[in-house]
Design a protein around this ligand. Structure first.
Ligand code: CA
Length: 225
C-alpha cells in the first residue's frame, strides 16, 4: 500500500514516514500545499494523510476539494491542529474520510489508516433496494411498490444510512454519528422523531414494516439479526 503524507511540520512528517515504513507501507512525503497538490493529483495512492494548514497556494482544504472535484476518491485522513467542530465538519463535508486532531498517537493514526484501507475500493452503489423499496442517492428519489415517496434531505440520509447497514442493530448514538456528523445539538430523542417521520412515509401506508425497533437498543432495517 502506498501512502502520501502532506505535512509541513517536517519532524512530524518524517517520523510518521519512518513509523509507517516500519509497518511496511510505501510512503511519500511532501512539505507544502503545492507539492501536495501535484503528488496527490498525478500519482496513485491508496491513502493520503493531509494536514489542514499548509504553506503554499493550496491548504489541505484546497487539495481535498480539488481531488474530489476531479473524482479522485483516494481515502483522505485529514489532520487538524484545531480541535474545533467547524474544522472537522468542513473536512468531512468536502470529502475527507476521517480526521485526527493533533497531537495524536502513532498507534491511533495506524489504526485509522488500517480501517480506511479495509474499506471497499469501488464506489458505493447509488441505487439501493430492499423488498418493495428502492432509493436513488443521486437524485434523492424514493419509491415503494411503484409509489413515489417524498422525503426531506434528513429523512433521506437516515434511510440511506439504515439501508446501507441493513440487518444491523443501529443504536441512536451510531445513527447520530453517521447521519448528523458532529452536530452537538442532536439528542437521541431527535432520532426517534426522525425515525417516526420516516416510518409514516415508507412503512405505515404499506403492509410490511422495514424499520424495526429493538426496544432499549435501537433500530434494525430489514432482516432481523
Ligand atoms: Ca501544518
Amino acid at each position: 500500500m502506498r501512502l502520501l503524507i502532506v505535512e509541513d511540520e517536517q519532524k512530524l512528517a518524517n517520523s510518521l514516514k519512518k513509523g509507517l515504513e516500519q509497518e511496511s507501507y510505501a510512503v511519500d512525503v511532501v512539505y507544502d500545499g503545492d507539492d501536495g497538490m501535484a503528488y496527490a493529483t498525478t500519482e496513485e495512492y491508496d491513502l493520503i494523510i493531509l494536514d489542514r494548514m499548509l504553506p503554499g497556494d493550496y491548504d489541505g482544504v484546497g487539495i481535498l476539494r480539488e481531488l474530489r472535484n476531479q473524482d479522485i476518491l483516494t481515502p483522505v485522513l485529514f489532520l487538524t491542529a484545531m480541535d474545533k467542530i467547524e474544522d472537522k465538519v468542513e473536512g468531512l463535508n468536502i470529502g475527507a474520510d476521517d480526521y485526527l486532531v493533533k497531537p495524536f498517537s502513532f498507534d491511533e493514526l495506524l489504526a485509522r489508516i488500517k480501517a480506511l484501507l479495509r474499506r471497499p475500493k469501488v464506489g458505493l452503489p447509488t441505487i439501493l433496494k430492499h423488498g418493495e423499496l428502492t432509493i436513488d442517492t443521486t437524485n434523492y428519489s424514493v419509491n415503494r411498490n411503484g409509489k413515489i415517496i417524498d422525503l426531506s434531505k434528513k429523512e433521506f440520509s437516515l434511510l440511506e444510512y439504515m439501508m446501507r447497514n441493513s440487518g444491523m442493530l443501529l443504536t441512536k448514538d451510531t445513527i447520530i454519528q453517521h447521519v448528523w456528523n458532529f452536530d452537538s445539538d442532536i439528542l437521541p430523542n431527535t432520532v426517534e422523531v426522525y425515525v417516526g417521520y420516516l416510518r409514516n412515509k415508507i412503512d405505515k401506508p404499506f403492509k410490511d414494516s422495514y424499520i424495526k425497533t429493538k426496544r432499549g437498543f435501537g433500530y434494525i432495517f430489514g432482516t432481523e439479526l
